[in-house]
Design a protein around this ligand. Structure first.
Ligand code: SAH
Length: 399
């Protein structure tokens, strides 16, 4: 077979016929729809995902077998039934009508082949490997990851100055989002916290200025004001600033204060949500925050002030009456007071509790206890922040 000629098809509004409704069809259809194609799926049965796309009006599904003439008016066709004879018939009609056609069962018998594709910031990568799909997929993945990580210089469009508020996830560098990582790779300035994926900072280029916000030498309140100022100052000096936060920026991360400060100064802000430690730390310690028949509610509570403190906005008595899961952040130091407040509110002393320290990090540790014993267990086992405390029956489910 001669080498294929690599082209990008502009399929917006153009008729594409996919014959077959299985998982191959499902995979092709998503790319075709992303290109704006007018897709018809012809198949007696199809996967629930394809059926849902038909129900949502994203494509048409003709629930029947292929018949000669189905390619009438098509610009492109995909033959992906599990019957080679049907695929061959589709291929023949396509040949006859001069419609390019992919044969999923026998690439060489078709007139087009599907590359492994990947995307990065408006860039599309397509890889063909002479009929070796593992190789093309591996090269595609490596290229896209290198682009996301900023290892390939992709300076086509300069980043516009401003601030990206990026949730970095709970600490494991693999738990940042793809968008978060991509923006981090384009930063001129990165303002970090104590928590979050510190390992990713190693990968930044030498020109990137890293400011450790946890080392700003003021009190707590001043600290935040100074961080806001720094974000605004650097953005106004024409730089792209990534504010890298632990977990999700809005889960007890003061992220919205930073957004407001930028907005007030007229600095554009992008927010990238993150994987919060409230859910991730329990998950990696085998505690599901919800479970069928066990917990139908999950409440995430900040422990940064004690129960009874005039600044507290938490209704501990109401939390004590809950049957579901209570997740406490910033709560290890005062765990005794929180456990007592929940029991005072009515939660049973025998309620299971799990405490997960440094969740998703190499040094992760976790302990199990009950509401009655957790304060003592935390002290004896020398659990220290950052840790997530999970109270509820879910903490007692053994894997
Ligand atoms: N925005 C963050 C939370 C900030 S509050 C998020 O969404 O995860 C800081 C608290 O988060 C810590 O006191 C601790 O309770 C929790 N925390 C953050 N990272 C953690 C980790 N890797 N393991 C356990 N707890 C963590």
């Amino acid at each position: 077979m001669a080498d294929p000629y690599l082209a990008g098809l502009l399929l917006a509004g153009r008729r594409v016929v996919v014959v077959g409704g299985g998982t191959v069809a499902q995979r092709r259809v998503t790319g075709l729809l992303a290109a704006g194609a007018d897709v018809e799926v012809v198949a007696p049965g199809c996967t629930p995902a394809v059926e849902a796309m038909a129900a949502a009006g994203e494509l048409r599904w003709s629930a029947r077998g292929y018949a000669d003439g189905d390619l009438d008016g098509a610009w492109y066709a995909v033959a992906c039934t599990d019957d080679p004879a049907v695929n061959a018939a589709v291929g023949e009609e396509a040949e006859h009508r001069h419609v390019f056609c992919v044969r999923a069962d026998d690439a060489a018998a078709g007139s087009a082949v599907t590359p492994a594709v990947g995307q990065h910031d408006g860039l599309m990568v397509g890889v063909l490997a002479g009929g070796n799909p593992r190789r093309s997929a591996a090269v595609r993945t490596a290229l896209v990851e290198a682009l996301h990580a900023g290892l390939v210089d992709d300076t086509a469009d300069p980043v516009t100055p401003g601030v990206a508020l990026v949730g970095g996830g709970p600490g494991d560098p693999e738990l940042i989002t793809v968008r978060g990582r991509r923006l981090l790779a384009r930063a001129d300035v990165v303002v970090t916290d104590r928590l979050g994926p510190r390992d990713l900072l190693d990968q930044l280029g030498p020109h990137v200025e890293v400011i450790d916000a946890s080392k700003i030498p003021y009190g707590r309140a001043m600290n935040q004001a100074r961080i806001n100022e720094l974000l605004v100052e650097h953005a106004q000096a024409g730089r792209f600033v990534v504010r890298l936060k632990g977990g999700d920026p809005y889960v007890f991360g003061r992220g919205f204060e930073e957004v407001l400060a930028c907005a007030e100064a007229g600095v554009p802000v992008t927010v990238v949500p993150g994987v919060t430690s409230a859910f991730a730390a329990p998950a990696v310690a085998d505690v599901p925050v919800s479970h069928r028949g066990v917990a139908h509610e999950i409440v995430v509570v900040s422990g940064h002030v004690a129960p009874g403190d005039p600044r507290s906005l938490v209704d501990w008595a109401a939390l004590g009456r809950l049957r579901g899961t209570v997740v406490l952040l910033m709560a290890v130091e005062r765990i005794g007071a929180f456990a007592a407040a929940l029991m005072d509110g009515g939660r049973a002393p025998g309620t299971p509790v799990a405490v997960v320290q440094d969740g998703t990090m190499r040094i992760q540790r976790s302990v199990r206890a009950t509401l009655a014993t957790v304060a003592q267990v935390v002290r004896e086992r020398e659990i220290h922040p950052p840790a997530v405390v999970v109270v509820g029956e879910v903490a007692g489910l053994a894997p």
